[in-house]
Design a protein. Structure first.
Length: 288
């Protein structure tokens, strides 16, 4: 599997004004359960890609009976609701700190901000808390390579473990083997995005996977039609325990001058350390 790139540019987190207040006050970001992201089709994208590859393998190559059985079961397993049974969380950033599509996607029309973090500080915080900081994959060729490598690993190791014939029906005899690879697949799926979104230049913090619904760090917030599970990620701090930011963009707003002034005042009052200051977006206000 190709090695993960290391971020070299500032990474920006877009949020609402309420989000800004919470992040600065508590010095934490929210990492959302991967099944509850704004775009619910994101994980389906990787699943569809893998199932398509399995179909091609079954059609184009002669398989031993156990390989064919394993592939058929995997195809079915991917259609089950196993994603929701894993606690895997992610928080999004972009290399682009002032991008109209990001203002539209993550900030309400009333206003928002884009918080820029130093890449080395964010990476150090991720390592300390057991997260991966990884770049989203938009290239179809690389996406195909990732799912093919994953499938190759599943097939090449299946004979290392005995099928659990006594513990599962014959139609699910390989499921326990698949489960030993599901975190790796979720990690791959959580960073795959349709090439149409490549302008976002997105990076993601991805947590370790767990199945413990009594996890003390598990929290919930109200969405439009459901409760959304999330966990908290401690944001980078400077030596004086102040929130450490590289730059902040103030997004388009109806009363832009007042919005910019109040946000700048708040950030100064909060004591946050911003090495490159606060800057207005400059993008004309649009009705979104």
């Amino acid at each position: 599997m190709p090695a993960d790139p290391i971020p070299v540019y500032p990474l920006y987190h877009y949020t609402s004004l309420d989000g800004l207040l919470g992040i600065v006050k508590y010095k934490r970001l929210w990492a959302t359960h991967v099944a509850y992201l704004n775009d619910s089709t994101e994980l389906d994208y990787a699943v569809r890609l893998l199932r398509s590859h399995i179909n091609n393998v079954l059609l184009e190559h002669e398989q031993a009976d156990d390989d064919r059985d394993c592939l058929s079961q995997l195809h079915q397993w991917l259609s089950d609701s196993w994603v929701q049974n894993n606690l895997l969380f992610t928080c999004s950033f972009s290399e682009a700190g002032n991008l109209l599509s990001q203002w539209r996607a993550y900030c309400p029309p009333a206003g928002g901000v884009s918080l820029g973090f130093q890449p080395d500080q964010l990476l150090a915080s991720a390592d300390l808390q057991g997260y991966q900081l990884t770049k989203c994959v938009y290239d179809r060729e690389l996406q195909q390579t990732l799912v093919e490598d994953w499938l190759r690993s599943v097939l090449s190791t299946k004979n290392d473990k005995q099928q659990s014939l006594q513990q599962a029906p014959p139609s699910q005899s390989w499921y326990s083997h698949f489960r030993s690879f599901e975190e790796r697949f979720l990690n791959i799926a959580a960073r795959m995005k349709d090439p149409a979104f490549s302008e976002e230049r997105e990076w993601r913090l991805i947590s370790k996977s767990s199945k413990n619904l009594l996890e003390p760090g598990l929290r919930f917030r109200a969405g439009k039609s459901r409760l959304i599970p999330y966990i908290e990620f401690s944001a980078p701090l400077d030596q004086n325990e102040r929130l450490s930011l590289r730059k902040v963009y103030v997004g388009p707003a109806q009363d832009h001058n007042l919005s910019f002034q109040s946000i700048s005042m708040f950030l100064t009052n909060s004591g946050a350390r911003i090495t490159k200051g606060v800057q207005a977006s400059g993008i004309p206000l649009r009705t979104w």
